[in-house]
Ligand binder design. Structure first.
Ligand code: S3P
Length: 165
């Protein structure tokens, strides 16, 4: 059974995933990194060359492959739960934990970042507010568990996740 982390950009999926992997001795896979390695391109380059909808197809192909893994910690990309098909693959391979953060937390953690194509905008907080309110229902629907990931350190969040299992 894989432990799969989902949530909005900046919620801490990759950082917490790596920490959990260290703690549990499981292997860690970051979905975005997996796609970057498969395509030999950065996420930004993929968005620039192929556009978001093709990125979503690559994402689904990668999820299909990753869902065959066992006992891994997997950090998803923030939009990976938007497709019903993806959720089907993920649910068949493990339990999904939603790391919930507020728009302000996501804003603070992503405002200096240049690696997320969807957040390269002038009105960042407004964009995050809007995306998050549209996506919240998808995170809630996909998740088996939800953890508040706003004002806690990594150790505490990891402990809460491990207590779930
Ligand atoms: C995206 C989130 C990113 C990455 C891509 C699209 C999204 O992953 O997959 O830029 O749609 O939320 P992180 O959540 O790891 O930043």
């Amino acid at each position: 059974m894989n432990i799969i982390l989902c949530g909005f950009m900046g919620c801490g999926k990759s950082t917490i995933g790596k920490y959990l992997a260290l703690k549990t001795g499981r292997d860690f896979i970051d979905l975005d990194e997996f796609i970057e390695n498969e395509k030999n391109m950065s996420i930004t380059e993929i968005f620039e060359s192929f556009g978001e909808s093709e990125f979503r197809n690559f994402e689904t192909q990668a999820i299909k492959k990753l869902s065959k893994k066992e006992n891994h910690i997997i950090a998803l990309g923030g939009g990976a739960i938007l497709k019903e098909e993806n959720i089907g693959y993920l649910k068949s391979s493990g339990k999904i934990v939603f790391l919930e953060v507020s728009p302000l937390t996501a804003f603070e953690r992503t405002k200096n970042d240049d690696k997320r194509p969807l957040l390269q905008v002038d009105n960042l907080l407004e964009v995050i507010n809007d995306m998050m309110s549209k996506r919240k229902q998808y995170y809630e629907k996909a998740a088996d568990f939800k953890i508040d990931a706003n004002d806690k350190d990594i150790e505490k969040i990891a402990e809460e996740i491990l207590n779930l299992f």
